[in-house]
Design a protein around this ligand. Structure first.
Ligand SMILES: Cc1cc2nc3c(=O)[nH]c(=O)nc-3n(C[C@H](O)[C@H](O)[C@H](O)COP(=O)(O)OP(=O)(O)OC[C@H]3O[C@@H](n4cnc5c(N)ncnc54)[C@H](O)[C@@H]3O)c2cc1C
Length: 252
């Protein structure tokens, strides 16, 4: 592991974790906790494993109990997204939901590439939105939850193998087909069986007793305490920075 951290990314391109670590290591309890927590398998990118090591290896002392992991007071939507939404709106930011970007037109000028137009699909149909030189476009060129589905104790999540319309990945494919400098989306989405993932978690019913217990006990014990219900989410595509797969990945 130390050798991996000291090896530059350029030297491990196209390698998998299995190319680097022995089967003895990838069968260890450490690997089971580490890879299931961060949702990767030994056939996934070694670069990804190395980045996770640089970011999270200091947490390994309590990994089996999920100790050291930061939690917000409420769920992440209510603690982070909602307040940010309200704050940005108060500053005049306009949010447009139910709108899909289906393509980004670009043009090359003096060695630079500019986004010139967005193709949008909304309730009114498909239309183009011209961009000026002052507009900034931040494009999420992959998402862990693209084409994902939710399940619960009685509903099996749908395994979506659609390849024609895969949201932000389709936009990325379109850009990459026009110019190789946009990268190779196929590295993330060409093998659905190796990039799908399933995540599940249990929710305690909010009785006072179980909430008090949940604050004091490590996560593994908390999961056993009180009444609970399970939720399952299944996704099909890995994000651009996270080639994930794990049958039992737990939210961090
Ligand atoms: C089950 C699970 C648990 C996780 N737990 C944690 C955790 O505990 N801590 C942590 O730090 N990270 C966690 N992550 C990872 C974290 O959620 C992601 O890294 C993060 O959300 C990525 O943010 P993003 O804005 O880049 O992309 P996303 O959150 O994926 O947002 C992309 C957005 O773009 C929209 N979109 C996609 N295509 C288009 C299109 N063509 N047109 C318009 N909009 C489009 C999508 O609808 C989506 O809203 C978890 C992920 C999962 C799946």
């Amino acid at each position: 592991m130390q050798k991996l951290l000291l090896t530059p990314e350029a030297d491990i391109e196209m390698k998998t974790a299995a190319d680097w670590f022995s089967p003895q290591f990838t069968n260890s309890v450490f690997w089971l906790c580490w890879s299931s927590m961060l949702a990767f398998r030994d056939y996934h990118s070694l670069i990804e494993v190395r980045r996770y090591m640089a970011r999270f290896l200091m947490k390994d002392y309590g990994m089996v109990w999920h100790r050291g992991i930061l939690h917000t007071e409420y769920n992440e939507y209510d603690s982070i997204i909602k307040p940010m939404h309200v704050w940005l709106k108060s500053l005049g930011v306009r949010f447009r939901s139910d709108t899909t970007v289906t393509d980004i037109a670009t043009s090359d000028l003096k060695g630079e590439t500019w986004a010139t137009e967005l193709a949008l699909r909304d309730d009114a149909g498909i239309h183009q939105e011209k961009l000026t030189r002052d507009d900034l476009v931040f494009f999420t060129n992959g998402s862990l939850t693209q084409n994902s589905d939710m399940g619960d104790k009685v509903t099996v999540p749908k395994f979506d193998r659609e390849t024609k319309d895969r949201g932000c990945f389709s936009v990325w494919e379109s850009l990459a087909a026009r110019d190789p400098k946009f990268g190779r989306p196929a590295a993330f989405i060409s093998d659905i069986d190796k990039s799908n993932w399933i995540s599940f978690f249990r929710q305690l019913r909010a009785t006072q007793r179980s909430l008090i217990l949940s604050r004091r006990r490590p996560a593994t014990e908390r999961a056993l305490a009180g009444q609970s219900r399970s939720s399952i989410q299944a996704g099909r595509s890995a994000s651009s920075c996270t080639t994930s797969t794990s049958p039992t990945s737990l939210p961090m």
